[in-house]
Design a protein around this ligand. Structure first.
Ligand code: AMP
Ligand code: GLY
Length: 429
């Protein structure tokens, strides 16, 4: 019997729990989990950023493996605390997670390792003059990013110098992102389709997963505010084998090598957000974890044991190359509560899940079971309906047919997940 503790409570963690549960003889705990994980795992309440509490729980529950889901848990040192207690961990130490938790650290590492990325500078309130001069050099077309973790909201794409000035003020004067925004990265604005690439890593070697395309804007046609992700498709229709190989050689492996050389080897899922520009792929960001909702479409396509892969990463004995995947396409549509990504209402009853076709997967994010067993909304992104098909079209029609049977008050979702890439839109919402 293997006991796995999955840290986090979103759709990504439900998908990780589901993937681990495909093996026989696995006992799963989710901390804190959600209304969906409750049916395949034991949910335990814990604060995911309380590293000592997570490690104590892992010891108490005799976990053989801890899987760190969210960026905040990685940055808070959950892996470090568990490793100190002698428990195997899939997920980076806080030092390795800086590739995500500090954008200026990531940019510096990329420059030093020769990884292609947008031109940039960084600074704080005392560096206004230099930041402005760089914005002027770019003609105002730039992107301003809070240096630290800001729940995916710390990035502003600007058309003009006055847009940029407002974004600087939001970070540096109004402190909208708290300490995370006291240093900003200013970068050149790039254009092109976006794609996410994922590699499992054991500190040295990479085993590549499929690519995926996320849909970050709230509304159809890539309009409205940025969200955590409103739906995803895997594999991404924009990437062929040659491009993926080039990305491994030019982006992911150099990043893994650079982190190892610094004495902060990366164990976990290394996720690069790329923009496919006319001049070639450029890294927009690195993440130190699976994407959400990308995990929900990647993991169901995996044609080998997810648990064995996670354990191989944690034990430093990963077989490099490509992971085995089914030939299908997976498409997931996220349903969110009214108000998302702002203040959301919660507590509404979710119905219709028992009417879904047997081959459709539902990964819960913001749900909980109340004492009487009813499923209720408890957060912004409520659930992700995932269908597999021979191609994007087949997966999409199957996902939407089933999604139409799900109901809760104020439910919102995009109608165009997986539709042909829309024209690049830099316009702010
Ligand atoms: P990030 O959190 O860094 O991935 O940024 C969020 C989103 O902002 C990305 O998915 C892109 O759509 C956009 N973005 C980030 N950096 C750039 C850039 N240098 N040029 C154009 N768009 C960008
Ligand atoms: N879906 C984007 C992310 O997980 O960062």
């Amino acid at each position: 019997m293997t006991r796995v503790l999955i840290v986090g409570g979103g759709g990504r963690e439900h998908a990780l729990a589901w993937a681990c549960a495909q093996d026989h003889g696995v006992d799963i705990l989710c901390a804190p989990g959600n209304g969906g994980t409750a049916s395949i795992a034991k949910n335990v309440r814990v604060e995911v950023t309380d590293a000592a509490a997570v490690a104590a729980l892992a010891v108490e529950e005799h976990a053989d493996l801890v899987v760190v889901g969210p960026d905040a848990a990685a940055a808070a040192g959950v892996a470090d605390a568990c490793l100190r207690r002698g428990i195997a961990v899939f997920g980076p130490t806080a030092a390795a997670a800086r590739i995500e938790s500090s954008k200026s650290f990531a940019k510096r590492l990329m420059d030093e390792a020769g990884i292609p990325t947008a031109r940039w500078t960084s600074g704080g309130a005392g560096d206004r003059g230099r930041l402005r001069a760089f914005i002027a050099e770019l003609g105002g077309a730039c992107v301003i990013k809070a240096d630290g973790l800001a729940l995916g909201k710390g990035v502003v794409v600007c058309d003009t110098a006055s847009d940029a000035e407002r974004a600087l003020a939001a970070c540096l004067d109004e402190r909208r992102f708290g300490d995370a925004g006291m240093t900003v990265v200013v970068e050149e604005r790039l254009a092109g389709p976006e794609v996410s690439v994922f590699g499992l890593c054991d500190g040295t070697r990479l085993r590549m997963l499929h690519t995926a395309r996320d849909h970050k804007r709230l509304q159809d046609g890539d309009r409205g505010p940025n969200t955590g992700g409103m739906g995803a498709v895997s594999p991404s229709p924009d990437v062929d084998d040659a491009l993926l190989d080039a990305t491994i050689t030019a982006v992911l492996q150099p990043c893994v090598d650079a982190l190892k050389d610094r004495g902060t080897s990366f164990v976990g899922c290394l996720y690069a957000g790329l923009m496919l520009t006319d001049a070639g792929p450029r890294v927009l960001e690195f993440n130190a974890r699976f994407g959400d909702p990308e995990a929900q479409v990647l993991l169901p396509l995996l044609d080998e044991s997810a648990l064995e892969l996670l354990v191989a990463c944690a034990r430093g004995r990963l077989e490099p190359g490509r992971a085995r995947f089914r030939a299908d396409t997976a498409l997931g549509v996220v349903t969110a509560t009214a108000g998302y990504p702002g203040d959301v209402r919660t507590g509404d009853i979710v119905t219709g899940l028992d009417a879904l076709d047997g081959d459709v997967l539902v990964f819960h994010g913001g749900t909980r079971r109340s004492d009487d067993g009813t499923l209720r909304t408890s957060g912004g992104r409520v659930l992700c309906v995932v269908a597999l098909g021979a191609d994007v079209e087949a997966a999409r029609s199957h996902a939407y047919e089933n999604l139409a049977r799900v109901r809760f008050e104020g439910m919102q979702y995009r109608r165009d997940i997986g539709a042909a890439v829309t024209a690049f839109s830099a316009a702010s919402p």
